[in-house]
Design a protein around this ligand. Structure first.
Ligand SMILES: O=P(O)(O)OC[C@H]1O[C@@H](O)[C@H](O)[C@@H](O)[C@@H]1O
Length: 213
């Protein structure tokens, strides 16, 4: 039994560890520009779309970049990222990810994916989990990225479920903020001292217990 009618999952860092690959790709780009970048700074980028993340990295330096230069840098980062995910397979699913999707389905709830990544569809295919979702809402379907609630509200609308009846699952501060701004319950994956606005925080989906939220 669950008090929810739908669960909306983030992808990167929740279902698979692509959050680490995004970090490595940004780090490589930042180093090529001689800009400081580390894990702590990367926390701010989690859940933020590609151009928004680039702006935050470039803000650490003094020089300004034209719109064309920014597009080229974002493309460079994406090439680093695509190299890192080239050999991804279902073995790259995080522990508990498929079991969580199966439990939500078995409980009769709707399931959506809400990821601002333009690579989301490719990653889902490589992981072999596309068929688990009723709807996939990605960067192409929204105008404003997280922490704006648009992506979660779009997913709830597609599922035909009121936001208050949705559980959102996120590993990023910006993602949890988007879930809360959408009026949903937020399940954080990570550390309570980072995901301070989440209603419940668990270490990984291996601890997912739908009836408890
Ligand atoms: O560059 P992509 O694949 O469109 O991804 C955009 C963003 O997607 C989010 O899901 C990640 O948390 C961010 O780290 C990433 O920057």
């Amino acid at each position: 039994m669950s008090r929810f009618k739908a669960v909306i999952f983030d992808l990167d860092g929740v279902l698979t560890d692509t959050a680490h690959y995004h970090y490595l790709a940004w780090k490589r780009l930042a180093e090529s520009l001689q800009l400081p970048f580390d894990q702590a700074y990367n926390e701010q980028l989690k859940g933020i779309d590609r151009m928004g993340s680039l702006e935050l990295i470039l803000a650490q330096g003094r020089r300004s970049y034209t719109a064309q230069e920014k597009l080229a840098l974002a493309e460079q980062k994406n090439q680093h990222y695509q190299t890192l995910i080239a050999d991804m397979t279902p073995a790259d699913l995080l522990p508990g990810a498929v079991a969580a999707l199966q439990r939500v389905r078995a409980a009769g709830l709707g399931i959506a994916l809400a990821s601002v990544s333009k690579n989301a569809a490719t990653v889902l295919e490589r992981l072999g989990i596309t068929g688990h979702f009723d709807y996939v809402v990605d960067a192409a379907a929204i105008a404003r990225g997280k922490p704006d609630p648009e992506i979660f509200l779009t997913a709830a609308q597609a599922l035909g479920v009121a936001p208050a009846d949705c559980l959102g699952v996120e590993d990023a501060v910006a993602g949890v903020a988007a879930i809360k701004a959408a009026g949903m319950t937020a399940l954080g994956i990570g550390h309570p001292f980072v995901l301070t606005r989440a209603d419940v925080v668990i270490t990984s989906l291996a601890d997912f217990n739908l009836a408890a939220y």
